[in-house]
Ligand binder design. Structure first.
Ligand code: SF4
Length: 331
């Protein structure tokens, strides 16, 4: 198991789910030093991986990969799943980036908790092979839970890991993982991974609209897609209207003070409204009327709307527009 007397180190891709935890424990039990990496973008976070790392005391690196991810997302080799989820190329990219860290930090191989046949798209045998090939990490990725169902990898061939001590789990059932968790004394772990916004129909609809109207999408614009109602004017200006207090707070958190315009109705409970891009005067009035339309105003009352832009503040006097009348602008 020793490589010239030095301890074998493996870097695992961690989603934070039970399978990630089990894979790491299997290797730890074989005397391997394990660490985890988890990647973040506005579409998925490393939050569950952080919880798992705390629970099982495995060092975790977290890396934000939004810029490189966006390049892949615009044109993934294997296309998309049901929504805008490019699962195969997403995995290939993550393993490629993990491979770079492996080389840089002196890890001997990569591992993951993937289980053959567990997910219809990304964990079939051809998918796992595609990821190995396109990440440039062929032979370097060990999947301890399914290893005995898969081709032998370099760490097994080199004797760093005893293949006979690895598992042959496959399929969608969870029974064997639950048994292993019991055997390893793992009682606490985050709920199954998931929560990737690229599998969310509504989010992806807004994302497509954003990509169609914006050349260089910023992280904040991607974050804003999660909050509020989104409208697109015929001239292409985006208007976002908070639905809840949380939306309003997040719109304020992610707006760009260098270019965005913010609005609120004076003296009445009002949503926060963000107008992005170079809005015309007419569009500002439209956005202010929409803001008033979603505010809690007495019927048929004109409203003063404070507009905060890059050039300072101004007040617009508008009549509220009914939400039904702007439904066609909804993204
Ligand atoms: S669900 Fe999202 S994070 Fe998971 S592989 Fe697919 S695109 Fe990547």
């Amino acid at each position: 198991m020793n490589v010239n007397q030095e301890k074998v180190k493996a870097l695992g891709l961690c989603s934070g789910g039970l399978d990630s935890i089990l894979a790491a424990i299997v290797l730890k039990k074989l005397g391997i030093d394990v660490e985890w990496i988890s990647f973040e973008t506005p579409f998925f976070s490393a939050d569950k991986a952080k919880i798992a790392a705390g629970l099982v005391q495995i060092p975790l690196m977290v890396k934000n990969i939004t810029a490189i991810y966006m390049q892949m997302l615009k044109n993934p080799n294997c296309g998309y799943g049901k929504n805008m989820n490019p699962c195969m190329d997403c995995h290939a990219l993550m393993f490629r980036l993990a491979g770079e860290i492996m080389a840089e930090k002196g890890f001997h191989f990569l591992f993951s908790g993937e289980v053959l046949g567990q997910r219809p798209m990304s964990q079939t045998r051809p998918s796992l092979k595609y990821v190995e090939k396109h990440s440039g990490m062929r032979g370097h990725i060990l999947r301890p839970l399914s290893a005995r169902k898969l081709d032998e990898t370099i760490p097994e061939r080199k004797g760093w890991v005893d293949r006979s001590k690895l598992y042959d789990i496959s399929g969608r059932g969870r029974k064997r993982q639950i048994e292993l968790a019991r055997e390893f004394g793992v009682t606490d772990y985050p709920a199954p991974a998931g929560g990737c916004l690229l599998t969310d129909k509504g989010y992806c609809h807004r994302l497509k609209d954003l990509l169609a109207h914006t050349d260089n999408v910023s992280k904040n614009e991607l974050m804003l897609l999660k909050f509020g109602r989104h409208f697109r004017t015929p001239a292409g200006t985006k208007i976002i209207i908070g639905r809840t207090m949380e939306d309003n707070e997040n719109i304020l958190k992610y707006y760009d003070p260098q270019s965005d315009i913010m609005m609120r109705v004076n003296n009445f409970p009002s949503p926060t409204v963000l107008v992005s891009g170079s809005a015309s005067e007419g569009e500002l009035y439209l956005a202010a009327s929409m803001c008033a339309g979603y505010a809690k105003l007495p019927e048929e009352v004109s409203a003063e709307v404070t507009v905060a832009g890059t050039k300072g503040y101004k007040t617009l006097l508008v009549f509220p527009v009914k939400p039904l009348d702007i439904k066609h602008l909804l993204v």
